[in-house]
Design a protein around this ligand. Sequence first.
Ligand SMILES: C[S@@+](CC[C@H](N)C(=O)[O-])C[C@H]1O[C@@H](n2cnc3c(N)ncnc32)[C@H](O)[C@@H]1O
Length: 286
Amino acid sequence: MRQPADGWREQALAEARVHDIDAAEIDYLIEAVTGLDRLRVRLGGPQALEAHREKLAALWRRRIEEAMPLQYLLGTAHWRDLQLQVNPAVLIPRPESEALVDVAVDFCRSCAGARVVDLGTGSGAIAVAVARALPGATVWAVDASEAALVVAGANIERYGLSEQVHLLRGNWFVPLPTQPFDAVLSNPPYIPSAEIAALMPEVRLHEPLSALDGGSDGLDAVRQIIADAARHLRPGGILALEVMAGQGPTVVQLLARDSRYGCIRTVRDWAGIERIVVTYAWARGS
Ligand SMILES: C[S@@+](CC[C@H](N)C(=O)[O-])C[C@H]1O[C@@H](n2cnc3c(N)ncnc32)[C@H](O)[C@@H]1O
C-alpha cells in the first residue's frame, strides 16, 4: 500500500539507521529533489513531498542498495561556497582539501599575477576555488583522466573561469609550461593499495581507483611530485600536498632529506591530524 509522503521520510530515517548512513543525507536529498528546506518540509506536512515521492524513493533505493554516494546520484557536490558538478569519473571533493586552497590563497595574495598549479584536479574543485579567491592569478589544472577533465571543464565554465584556469591532460608536471610557478598544490591518490579493499563501499565501489590508489605505501604519487616540483617552482615558491592520516611525518622526512626544499610545516585538520604538508623551494633544481 502506498504510504503518505511524510511516512517515506520516517521510513528512510529508519533505513539510514540500519545502514549506518548519516540522517542528514535524507534532508539533503529532499532539498536537492524538491528545492524545499527542512523547515518547509516540516511545515508543509505530507503534501510537501507527495509530488516528488517516486523520485525520492528511487534515488534513496540506489543510495541504500548500491551504496552510491548521494553526490553522484544528484550529479552535484557542495564544497566551500561552490556547487560542483560531479560524476563517478571524479573524487567527491572532501572538506579536508579546503586547507590546500587556504594555504595557496594566503601565500599567493602577495604575489602579483600568481601562477598556481593544481595537480590531479579531478572535479576542478581546488583550481576553481583558488581562481575565484585570487582573481589576478592564473591556474593550471592537470589530470591524467580525460573523463575527469570533462567534469573539471564544466565546473570551470560554470564559474566563468575559462580564461583564468587552463586544463591540461597528462602525467603530473609533463603537460605544464616550463616557466616557474608560485605554488604547486596537490591532493594526489594516497591510499596504500592493500587498504583499498577495506574502504567504505561508497568509496571503494564508486570513486575512481585512479584517484585513490597511491601504491604499496600510498606515497608513489607524493614521491613523484616531490621529485619534480622543485624544478617547476620559483625560488621561495610553495609545494602543498594533502596526505592521509599518519603519512605526515613520513612526507616531512622525504622533504627534509631533499636539499631543494626548506621551512617544512604541517597543517592539521579539525581532528588534529596532520593533513597538509607545506614546504618552500630554495632554488630551482636541475
Ligand atoms: C585524490 S583525487 C583529487 C581530486 C581533486 N583534486 C579533489 O581534491 O577533489 C586525485 C586525482 O589525481 C589524478 N591523477 C592520478 N594519477 C595522476 C597522474 N599520474 N597525473 C595526473 N593526475 C593524476 C586522478 O585522476 C584524480 O583526479
